[in-house]
Design a protein around this ligand. Structure first.
Ligand SMILES: CC(C)(COP(=O)(O)OP(=O)(O)OC[C@H]1O[C@@H](n2cnc3c(N)ncnc32)[C@H](O)[C@@H]1OP(=O)(O)O)[C@@H](O)C(=O)NCCC(=O)NCCS
Length: 282
């Protein structure tokens, strides 16, 4: 499990969520309701305190401990928060309770597979650099989403994706894109992502639940991102993150890993490359 002190920062890394969608903001005023569907509202994060126990609950026990250890992400985290806080969202239910969260970055992208970033980390880097060059974005990229643990499998994520699509359009983005972390891939870590992303059930729906949710919401699977993120650490660190002894050099299947962990005992180093799937919504 992630170190608890990292939990608020998880919002700066990977998540997903579900009612009213609000944009998030540390300072400034709460943005009014951005989008509403049924009993759920999308709001930005200025409406929701990071200290709110509901927010803490949203991010508790949702992410594997290694997820905060992509070293290439770290140089961009502060700037992501500084530049793009207005693209952090929460979904609230009828009573104003936080039921999901999602965070996005803006991107200039021509819509082609050729011009896709290499993956999640590259997308974050490009978004920050484009912002610093004052490149005008045309694409809303959904980086991650999280649903409150007690509300999983109740359709919250599906509604959240629908809210975000409407929000993207209303903010003038021509496209919406997501490097999706397929949630069931951890059960098939030996299968290449190119093959896994095509697996379907007998009813024709995608096997992976999170990819299925995106496709059902109108998303189109564009391409695999076999090296979307890379997580590295010493062997002691990996043993702590995955709660598993790693006695020798080799390839290990480990809990929550979408691929294998490669350990080099002589170098005291472990590396895990995480695959994602590019999904285009608009
Ligand atoms: C992934 C996540 C956002 C999905 O949210 P959700 O609100 O439970 O999704 P939905 O209720 O819309 O469910 C979509 C489908 O996935 C299925 N599903 C959800 N969780 C599942 C699980 N743990 N195992 C198998 N299927 C699951 C649902 O039954 C549903 O199936 P259906 O298409 O046959 O109806 C949520 O599980 C979550 O927050 N996970 C932790 C964070 C994360 O991994 N985010 C995604 C990567 S950024």
């Amino acid at each position: 499990m992630p170190e608890n002190s990292d939990l608020p920062e998880l919002f700066n890394e990977r998540l997903s969520w579900g009612g009213q969608l609000y944009r998030r903001g540390r300072q400034g005023q709460c943005h009014p309701v951005v989008m509403t569907t049924g009993h759920q509202r999308l709001v930005d994060s200025r409406c929701v305190s990071q200290d709110d126990p509901q927010v803490q609950m949203l991010f508790s026990e949702q992410w594997p401990a290694f997820i905060t250890h992509d070293e290439d992400v770290k140089p961009f985290l502060d700037r992501r928060v500084e530049y793009f806080s207005d693209l952090d969202y929460y979904v609230l239910d009828d009573d104003g309770a936080v039921i999901a969260g999602a965070w996005c970055v803006p991107l200039r992208w021509d819509g082609s597979v050729r011009e896709l970033p290499a993956g999640y980390t590259d997308l974050l880097k490009i978004a920050v650099e484009q912002r610093e060059k004052q490149t005008v974005p045309d694409t809303l990229a959904l980086m991650a989403a999280v649903v409150r643990p007690d509300l999983k499998r109740a359709g919250v994520a599906s509604r959240a994706v629908a809210l975000l699509k409407a929000e993207a359009t209303s903010r003038g983005f021509q496209r919406m894109l997501a490097p999706v972390r397929p949630t069931l891939k951890c059960r098939y870590p030996l299968t290449p992502i190119q093959q896994y992303m095509r697996w379907r059930r007998s009813d024709g729906a995608l096997l992976d639940p999170w990819l299925r949710t995106h496709e059902r919401a109108g998303g189109k699977l564009l391409a695999p991102a076999p090296a979307s993120q890379q997580f590295t650490g010493t062997i002691t660190e990996w043993e702590r993150w995955v709660d598993l002894p790693l006695p020798d050099s080799g390839r290990y299947v480990f809990p929550e890993g979408l691929d294998v962990l490669v350990v080099d005992a002589d170098a005291d180093h472990g590396a895990y490359v995480e695959p994602n799937v590019w999904v285009r919504h608009l």
